[in-house]
Design a protein around this ligand. Structure first.
Ligand code: C5P
Length: 223
């Protein structure tokens, strides 16, 4: 039986993975996995439960039992925790920071692995994250690793926050992204790095449509 195809898009924060993944999933009519939203929802649930990033066993129990669901389609997805939408809360800067601390815990990552693999349903999946190509879907026929300068990613992230009505300044956002990158790259499990065979795409100075055109070319030559 032929495996259900997966396209993985990995890379650091603010690189445009979310936008590109959504466009691709919509155009292909495939499912979409925003794996960062799963880690973010866990961090929010941990904060609400008063758990700290060093309470590893309790955090992995919480990860296993997380009452998380997604509503909508690739055009507009809502993240629900115990049935309530948490789209804005999970993007708050303090949750971003807590997320990358919790995501460095091996037991937590193991607890969330199958939940992510369950998104692989026909006709196909576009998976966005940090370890989609290296750990979660190592057999994906097309793996892409996106990069861009930290300043440019900071500007993009600042615009996203402002669109959501969250106020922030550029220097703070750039510093938060750089700190999160360092933690994501240096952790012992599933560190942020290109998967073997991944195609590298530098989006610095590129518009979304420029980058998307390159991506579409790779998709057409792979599928
Ligand atoms: O992609 P996003 O910025 O929403 O991810 C938030 C955080 O979740 C990342 O900084 C990273 O620490 C963690 N994450 C991860 N593995 C993934 C997706 C996200 O560790 N596959």
């Amino acid at each position: 039986m032929k495996a259900i195809p997966v396209i993985t898009l990995d890379g650091p924060g603010g690189v445009g993975k979310g936008t590109l993944s959504r466009l691709l999933a919509r155009d292909l009519g495939w499912h979409l996995l925003d794996s960062g939203a799963i880690y973010r929802a866990l961090a929010l649930a941990a904060q609400r439960a008063g758990l700290h990033a060093d309470e590893e066993a309790a955090l992995s129990d919480l990860a296993r039992a997380l009452p998380l669901s997604f509503r909508g389609d690739a055009d507009e997805t809502h993240v629900l925790l115990a049935g309530d939408s948490v789209d804005a809360e999970i993007r708050a800067p303090e949750i971003s920071a807590l997320t990358s601390q919790i995501a460095a815990i091996p037991m937590v990552r193991a607890a969330l692995l199958q939940r992510q693999r369950d998104f692989r349903r026909a006709p196909g999946l576009v998976a966005d994250g940090r370890d989609m190509g290296t750990v979660v879907f190592p057999d994906a026929p097309l793996k892409v690793f996106l990069t861009a300068s930290v300043e440019e990613r900071g500007k993009r992230r600042l615009n996203q926050l402002m669109e959501q009505g969250i106020s922030a300044n550029l220097a703070t956002v750039v510093a938060e992204i750089a700190e999160r990158d360092a933690r994501d790259q240096q952790r012992s499990v599933a560190p942020l790095r290109p998967a073997p065979g991944a195609r590298l795409l530098d989006t610095s100075g590129q518009s979304v449509s420029d980058t998307y055109r390159v991506l579409q070319g790779w998709v057409q030559s792979t599928l």
